[in-house]
Ligand binder design. Sequence first.
Ligand SMILES: [Zn+2]
Length: 308
Amino acid sequence: MAQEVESLLAVIFAGRRKSGKLDLEAVEMATRAALHRAGAAVLEELLAAQGEGPRQVPCACGQAAPYRGRRGKRLLTVLGRVETERAYYVCPACHRGQSPRDQELDVEGTEYSPGVRRMMAVVGSETSFEQGREQLQLLAGLEVTTKVVERQAEALGAEIAAQEQAAIQQGVPWQLPEVKGLEIQVLYVEMDGTGVPMVSAETEGRAGKQTEQARTREVKLGCVFTQTTVDARGRPVREEGSTTYTGALETAEAFGRRLYLEASRRGWNRAQKKVVIGDGAPWIRNLTEEHFPGAIQIVDLYHARQHL
Ligand SMILES: [Zn+2]
């Protein structure tokens, strides 16, 4: 730890001698990075300081799983990468491996610490996953991929969806917890449906328009985005990177819930101005009334020509 600080000070003073000035931003970021590295070393030692585990632990299949030595595990923590080792057990009957230490630390089946997972879920629920990745780098000094942010946010989304399903089955009125965050000026929800060709097995039993068996099914797509500015002609400009998408081959009813979930995740309840864009199709008008009442409705002119 002292070594980290010393080498950091050397870098800072060398820079100062060169230019005669102190670049505060460079210094504060470098200091945070150095303190993170020092903290990760402390965390590594803390994690290493554990007693001998038992000779065997119970396996889920009912057998006993004997100790099979120590195995390494990499973790991304709030302080950066940490290498750790823990006792590992393998069941001779079902060959399942397990580490009770992973359960204790809540890192079973993941290489992200609980603190990092919480951060990823928060940034992933606020904005696009790419922006989430950038926020983690700037605000927490953590390097993760966009895909990882997406997966964490989805895991949280799946948890919410499971709660939602449970609520529906219990007959409880469906309401999502209010998502807290920054103020949103204008939030847009756009939805559309388009026919996609299907092989016959997938449309079996569905009524078609002309033939006995449908050749296409409608895929429903939705997106949510924010607007910060207007262009020279007063038309809204999408905030770059603010769009998130959702969609599936499903009924309008199921799609409505899916899109509402996505809009809620993006802060629908706290948006100052709410806008729904669609092509004027009846199912879109119905979903808007059901899930987005009070929103300003815009009929997308390109699509309106096809419907009206
Ligand atoms: Zn077993």
